[in-house]
Design a protein around this ligand. Structure first.
Ligand SMILES: Cc1cc2nc3c(=O)[nH]c(=O)nc-3n(C[C@H](O)[C@H](O)[C@H](O)COP(=O)(O)OP(=O)(O)OC[C@H]3O[C@@H](n4cnc5c(N)ncnc54)[C@H](O)[C@@H]3O)c2cc1C
Length: 417
């Protein structure tokens, strides 16, 4: 077979890798995007679809005693753990706990917000070029509250975020919320309507639309195993189903599987996953859900999607490849049904994805510390859809030597030593 040659190979065709590949191809580089399966078929397939402009604080490990006790019993909806995984996960969890201390979390939010602030604009730009604006809804999303205590606490937080980060919201009491979402049961104390974010009604469809834009510009998508990546002179080589591939530069965008390539190259990065599930439901009768809603005190989200109402679950702490245990879905479903009239399930089994996480809650973006012409783009945790287009642009700028539009220093893998 003839040898494929290109300027850059991007490993991993999740939303992050697709956006990197598209941005590089837009800059006139010849790019091959490689995945072991179809594009956007893993974590980027089934997320909740939020482009979280308000997500300036990355999701931290709770530090209040009550929450820790609840989690200890392993009976909550928002978090669940495999007891057998704890010995292996303990070093990650300890670091995660450390970085989630309020003062440290606030520092991380300052760094993180520099990426987050561009998320809506960067997706809008790519979606326009890709003819994919039909996937994007512009009416924000909502956190809903069952108690006045939680509502008032979160209202104060939203006000603080407005001052600190310029994120906008409407603070709704029960009556105002009911007017906007009349089919939700009248059992809530109020809601925060985040008005800056957008949401996607088919994350897989958006990924495929970006892929088509990449291919239209001349990019190639081929199947191959990232584990075969190896240094080749000053560039990179790997095997694909279409033959051997040689590239001047390589970008590792393998999400939860980043370690498949990084370990072989000698990087021992503290990566773990928070798994999550989804299920679709038909809305009963004429019921309509107008916004994605996070049932904050219960810890699940429902979002109107093309396929139906998508219920997504919180964090499952387990080994990436351990058997699926959609316990949180089973717990959330009856509670979600009491909140909104869900009819029958539309999927034969629960979908599962694995959020690719770092213990300091920041993604890994930028040049590999010890290899030339190698770049990292993974660890986007709860916000890979949100940040896909931002990371895509930033990595493309770093690969091509342009001035980066965001300072990449806080996201360098070298922070892990
Ligand atoms: C329930 C749930 C809800 C979520 N909701 C949101 C949300 O509302 N908003 C948001 O921003 N984020 C959300 N997320 C997080 C988001 O989905 C992820 O951060 C994002 O999809 C990660 O994208 P990625 O491209 O890094 O990884 P992936 O999409 O997992 O892509 C990695 C790719 O690497 C490929 N790969 C793996 N191994 C190999 C190999 N050996 N060789 C070649 N290819 C390989 C895989 O096939 C895959 O295509 C949610 C996640 C979950 C689980």
């Amino acid at each position: 077979m003839a040898r494929l040659a290109c300027d850059a190979v991007v490993l991993g065709a999740g939303i992050v890798g697709i956006c990197v590949a598209l941005h590089l191809q837009k800059r006139g580089r010849s790019v091959v995007l490689v995945d072991r399966r179809g594009a956007a078929e893993e974590t980027s397939f089934g997320n909740a679809g939020l482009i979280q402009r308000e997500g300036v604080y990355p999701y931290g490990f709770p530090h209040d005693f009550g929450a820790l006790v609840r989690y200890g019993f392993n009976r909550t909806i928002d978090a669940y753990y495999h007891l057998s995984a704890l010995p292996k996960l303990a070093p990650f969890l300890l670091k995660y706990w450390h970085h989630s201390r309020p003062a440290r979390h606030a520092e991380q939010a300052q760094r993180y917000s520099k990426l987050i602030e561009h998320c809506v604009r960067e997706h809008d730009a790519l979606a326009l070029e890709a003819g994919a604006t039909r996937f994007i809804r512009r009416n924000g999303w909502m956190k809903v509250f069952r108690t006045e205590r939680e509502r008032d606490k979160r209202f104060a937080e939203a006000e603080q975020w407005r001052k600190d980060f310029g994120v906008h919201s409407r603070l709704l009491d029960a009556a105002a919320f009911q007017e906007i979402e009349p089919h939700v049961a009248p059992i809530l104390a109020g809601a925060i309507h985040w008005t800056d974010p957008t949401s996607v009604d088919d994350p897989h469809g958006l990924g495929l639309a970006y892929l088509r834009a990449f291919e239209t510009l001349g990019g190639r998508f081929v199947q191959g195993n990232a584990a075969s990546l190896a240094a080749d002179g000053s560039g990179w080589a790997m095997r694909t189903v279409e033959g051997p591939l040689a590239a001047r530069a390589a970008v590792i965008a393998l999400g939860p599987w980043a370690d498949v390539a990084t370990r072989a190259l000698g990087y021992d990065l503290p990566l773990a996953v928070k798994r999550g599930y989804h299920m679709h439901y038909r809305a009963a009768g004429e019921a309509q859900l107008n916004h994605p809603l996070l049932d904050t005190e219960r810890g699940y989200l429902i979002a109107p999607m093309r396929r139906g109402i998508r219920l997504t679950t919180g964090a499952e702490f387990a080994l990436r490849d351990a058997i699926r245990t959609p316990v949180q879905l089973g717990r959330a479903e009856p509670i979600a049904r009491d909140l909104f009239p869900l009819a029958e399930r539309l999927d034969t089994e629960a979908w599962m994805g694995a959020r690719p996480c770092t213990p300091d809650m920041l993604p890994v973006i930028g040049p590999a510390p010890r290899h030339k012409n190698l770049f990292f783009a993974f660890g986007h945790a709860h916000h890979g859809l949100t940040l896909g287009a931002v990371t895509g642009r930033l990595v493309a700028e770093l690969v091509t030597g342009e001035a980066p539009f965001v300072d990449p220093a806080p996201f360098s893998a070298s922070r892990f030593g």
